[in-house]
Design a protein around this ligand. Structure first.
Ligand SMILES: NC(=O)c1ccc[n+]([C@@H]2O[C@H](COP(=O)([O-])OP(=O)(O)OC[C@H]3O[C@@H](n4cnc5c(N)ncnc54)[C@H](OP(=O)(O)O)[C@@H]3O)[C@@H](O)[C@H]2O)c1
Length: 288
């Protein structure tokens, strides 16, 4: 698989990554299947893995996904396992946890779980509405100054918040929801492209709730036949063509899904087909 630099750093990551959430949250598969999915990612050339301390069933299971990646990815594979802090899982719910002390504890706990001294890429999982953004991100910049974080990332942010963060420190990656039916972060993608920041598209197949919807979209169906590729591959290839800064991180519980999505990195769509897919925005996509 093609490799590309993360933002303007010297860190190289695969052009398409793998997201671990479905392997650790509610509805997760047996351990053997989870390991098979990760093996499928490695065999497909993926070296960029996405996790978070909170990819778990609840607060008693924090670090489940980080441990899974640590165990399943051989240490000599030179992979990047990026993680995040800033959310919590009380009783299995998702809540914000962006206070500086909580972020510090989460970051340090993840270092212990992942058995490393420094995170190559550590994201603020989401701005906490009850904590000024500068306070949360400021704590991550302090952790970076202390040598615990190499590169900083943001997730679930606006272009304006990216601008605030860039005044404070370098940002290597921004991770927002982006898929065929949800293009609301197009302005953030544009911002990232202009500032040489990687835009990490999460839920690029629509997430577990909407991935099947891709199969019903007429243009995706038509191009799927034309290119002899799955609708998921067409949708992923479309978004990767939007910007060299865009890196999708599909997630999956089945090794077949992992292999299918990974093959999108090898698919090049013709310019007129890309134009048709772009134009779908008017009829199919969720608009902000
Ligand atoms: N920063 C954040 O707030 C945030 C939020 C959500 C997600 N994320 C990250 O982004 C990652 C990806 O998001 P996601 O898990 O929602 O990804 P996704 O790839 O959009 O959705 C996963 C679902 O799509 C299916 N799927 C994936 N590829 C497929 C293919 N080629 N053919 C058929 N079905 C396919 C999977 O099916 P099977 O399970 O049946 O294989 C699964 O049900 C997460 O794992 C997580 O790391 C971050």
């Amino acid at each position: 698989m093609q490799m590309k630099p993360l933002g303007s750093t010297s860190l190289l990551v695969s052009a398409l990554g793998f997201g671990g959430a479905p392997l650790s949250v509610q509805g997760r598969p047996e351990r053997s299947q989870a390991e098979a999915a990760i093996r499928a990612a490695l065999e497909s050339g993926i070296t960029f893995f996405d996790t978070a301390n909170t990819y778990s069933l609840d607060e008693h299971d924090l670090g489940h996904n980080e441990r899974l990646f640590l165990d399943a990815i051989p240490a000599d594979r030179n992979c990047i396992i990026a993680t995040k802090g800033g959310l919590a899982r009380p009783g299995g719910d998702w809540t914000y946890s962006g206070r500086p002390q909580a972020l510090r504890e989460a970051c340090e706990r993840s270092l212990t779980v992942l058995q490393r001294e420094v995170h190559p890429l550590y994201y603020l999982h989401a701005p906490d509405p009850k904590v000024p953004f500068e306070e949360s991100f400021g704590e991550l910049t302090r952790l970076q100054a202390e040598g615990k974080i190499e590169h900083l990332g943001l997730s679930n942010v606006s272009a304006a918040q990216c601008g605030i963060a860039l005044q404070m420190a370098g940002v290597a990656a921004v991770q927002n929801r982006f898929h065929f039916f949800d293009r609301r972060s197009m302005d953030v993608l544009d911002y990232c492209a202009a500032h040489h920041i990687s835009f990490i598209a999460y839920s690029p197949n629509g997430g577990p709730g909407q991935a099947a919807r891709l199969k019903e979209q007429p243009l995706l169906q038509e191009l799927s036949r034309q290119y002899e590729a799955s609708v998921h591959q067409i949708a992923l290839a479309w978004m990767m063509a939007l910007s060299p800064q865009l890196i999708p991180i599909p997630g999956a519980t089945r090794p077949e899904s992992v292999r299918d999505s990974a093959a999108a990195a090898q698919l090049t769509l013709a310019a007129d087909d890309l134009a048709k897919l772009n134009a779908c925005v008017a009829t199919d996509a969720i608009q902000s």
